[in-house]
Ligand binder design. Sequence first.
Ligand SMILES: O=C(O)[C@@H](CO)OP(=O)(O)O
Length: 247
Amino acid sequence: MYEIVLIRHGESQYNVQNLFTGWSDPDLTEKGIQEAKAAGKLLKDEGYTFDLAFASVLKRSIKTLNYILDEMDLLWIPVQKSWKLNERHYGALQGLSKSETAIKYGEEQLHLWRRSLSVRPPLLELNDPRYARNDIRYSSVRPEDIPRGESLEDTVHRVGDFWRNRIVPLVRKKERVLISAHGNTLRALIKFMEDIDEAALLELNIPTGVPLVYKLDENINPISRFYLGDPEQVTAKARDVAKQGHV
Ligand SMILES: O=C(O)[C@@H](CO)OP(=O)(O)O
């Protein structure tokens, strides 16, 4: 049996202001830092250790990983960063208030934008300053691969590719891997691994800063997944994420 640990970054400045984030790059809040440190302590107390770790190229994911590794005295392990683990791209919604968007377009439309599989957000114009093509950190990415807005399904493709090509070979070698990523990247990965149906996907919310453990069989198919920590607290945190879509 194999195992892997996933985590969504701690609370960010955009989370606390209830803004659509996507590929925007806000920092962690003080609460987010504490969540990351607590996650590191929990992993250590539960006896976890890692041989290598992954993060996206967004600072909330990178810093969360660093706080966790520092807490575990594992800052020395190799870390690989990839844009393929970036949050789902929220297109022209990025930087807008979720509650104001709910007022303008209705909670139902907002829920579809946030939680459906195939609905894309309004796409960014090519000359929009939020379009990542002019950002130096994406200079090695093929321009046609840089999104202007993604459905969750689009994110499932890029994260699924990354899982198959970069993560699975390591897991097979019994490497103990930690992935620090984002709410919708992890929803995409869960969809990819378990092919959960749309109804379950609509209700799937990932709490910030809580380690999610996957047990995998010999073919690297999931056997079970569970959060570490107090189940009531985890449920309450996931409920808070769901509530961000209300007026
Ligand atoms: O804004 C975002 O990029 C994501 C994660 O913070 O939010 P949501 O939960 O609305 O998909």
